[in-house]
Structures are given as structure tokens and as C-alpha cells.
Design a protein around this ligand. Sequence first.
Ligand code: DOR
Ligand code: ZN
Length: 361
Amino acid sequence: MSLELRRPDDWHVHLRDGAMLWAVLPATARTFARAIVMPNLRPPVASVDAALAYRSRILEALPEGIRFEPLMTAYLTDDLDPDELAKGFTQDVFRAAKLYPANATTNSAAGVSDLSKISSVLSCMESIDMPLLIHGEVTDPDVDVFDREALFIERHLKPLRQRHPRLRIVLEHITTEESAIYIRDAYQSGDERIAATITPHHLHLNRNAMFVGGLRSDFYCLPVVKRECHRRALVKAATSGLPCFFLGTDSAPHPRSGKESACGCAGIFNALHALESYAAIFEQEGALEYLEGFASEHGPRFYGLPLNTDTITLARRDQRVPSRLVPPASICCGDDALPDGELPLLFHAGETLAWTVEVNS
Ligand code: DOR
Ligand code: ZN
């Protein structure tokens, strides 16, 4: 058995830079035609020139013969000039801007310290219909880490939407029942300007996973995975067929020493088997008919971009996932090669997945 799908896009990915970019880009570009590329480099991608330069580095690292379009995003800081943002958007360099609350996650120290600081930027984005992509967690250290997303909706997202009712918003990598219901209800009450991405790992894991047989940094990401009832709510949302939910892997590779250290980094590298991973969930739910909408149609419609016209095939054929990424033989990454031991661990390592992507040329 096999499924032929319109080629999907990834609406949230970390491609990194330098040697890591060269190592991980083929995994994304093989399956996905386009990807919304996160700007949390060091220094962050916060100008049109920086985004153009980063886009060139991505295209340079692209294996020959693969068609892939990186869609760049701007990293919002307290003092980013609205004119710079608007210039990037009208020139099709920036497709969206990313809001990291300062210190919420990896490389977010330069993020926004207070939403009131960027009100003119948000008004500008609202007027030009530029999507705002939100890492939705409060950063208040007194708030329990498992409650940070739900509280963000109450404290920040609801007031933000009241202040900017026409702003197009994606709540990224949602992890809670509260978020799934909030987005669904907004959509069902007629607001098509808010949507959410859902990752493969938040569909597969609950918070027990981080503690099975010891402390498992390979399952640590932000926002952190939650209780089983939240995972179930995300599965229901993703497989609902509703256009307000779409694919965003949040694939976030770290060198192995960064994950397996006394203070392990947040992020799960899932790009290589992402579609197979989603397919497993849709199949379990008896919802394979909705996979194409989630993976290939809802995202471009939300962003106002054309649907891809080429296809990929998902064959129902077992594959065993190796533990670590094997880089392509042609890898070439200048001076700062990534030692083999530093290649990122793969999500689903050691498991057998029931689907295998075949790329149609
Ligand atoms: O787990 C995560 N990793 N969450 C984020 O928000 C950032 C990402 C990263 O850049 O590593
Ligand atoms: Zn991310």
C-alpha cells in the first residue's frame, strides 16, 4: 500500500548554520518543498541583509538536484525598526516575524522583553498582513514550567489579539489542550487569522518520556512535553482536518555534546523521519485522509502561498531508524566540520516506523 501526497512544507524548522546546516539541511529538503526557517542564530537574524545572507548560505548547502525554498523570518527584538521589517516583507525576504519572549528558549536572550515595546512593530505587521509567529510561553520564573504555555494565552495572547484584531498569528509548536481548544474555537467562531503548528514529538510523547529509565535529554524540548491528556488533545487537533492546524516540525538539532551535557539543550532533531512520524499518528487515529491537508495544504493557504504541485509517496514499508544522522558523502562545510560524534541524535532512534517516504522526481 502507498499514499501519494502533494509535497509537504515545514512551517517551522531550525536549520542552524555552518557545519550543522550542511549536515541537517538535506534531511529537510528531501521531503519538504519549503520551510519557514527560524531566525534564532547567534547573532539573531534581525535585518534584511542578515536574512539574505543566511538564505544564501542555506542555498549553498543544498545538495545538487534538490528543489527547496527557504522562507526566511525576522527575529523580533525590543528595538527592531518597523520599516526594516516592512521592507523585508514587501521584498519577499521576510515571510513572517518570530516573537521569542526574552529568555524563553534557545538563543532568545535578544528577544522581546515586553510586548508593549513592540506595539508599533505589531501595528505595522497588522497593516501589511505579515504573520507573527509566537513562541507562546511566559518567562516568569515563578510560573511552573508546565504551565507557561497556558498562562501565555491568558496573560499575553488574548490581550494581544484584542489590541491587534487583524494581526495574522501562528501559535507555534502547541503543547497543551488549552492551546488546541483556543485555536479551534477562534477558527470555529470565524477568525481565520490565527492558526497553530504541531510537531511530531508533541504528538508522540508525554512527559513521562523524559524520565523513562533515567533522565532522557533526547526528549527535552521547549515548550516541554506535557501530560498524556495534552498529547491526546494535540492528536485530536492535528487529525481533525481543521485548516487552523498544520505541520511544523520544530526540528531543532544540537551537537551531541550539547544535548548530553550537565545542562542539556532543548530541541529534538526530527527532520529526517518527520513525515513518517506524522503518518504513524494519523494512521493510528484512522485519519490518513487528513494527512495531506495538515502537511501540504493548510500551511500554504494560511500564508497565502501556492500549493506545491509535485508529489511524494509514502509507502507502507517498515524502516528502522538509526541512532544518529549519517551525513551525505558529499558533505562540505568549510573550516568548521562537525565531528561524527557530534552529529545530532535522531527522533525515533532505534524504533521501526511503518511508513517510508519515497521522493517522486
Ligand atoms: O526545543 C526547542 N529548541 N525549542 C525552541 O523553542 C528552540 C529550539 C532550538 O532552537 O533549539
Ligand atoms: Zn522552534
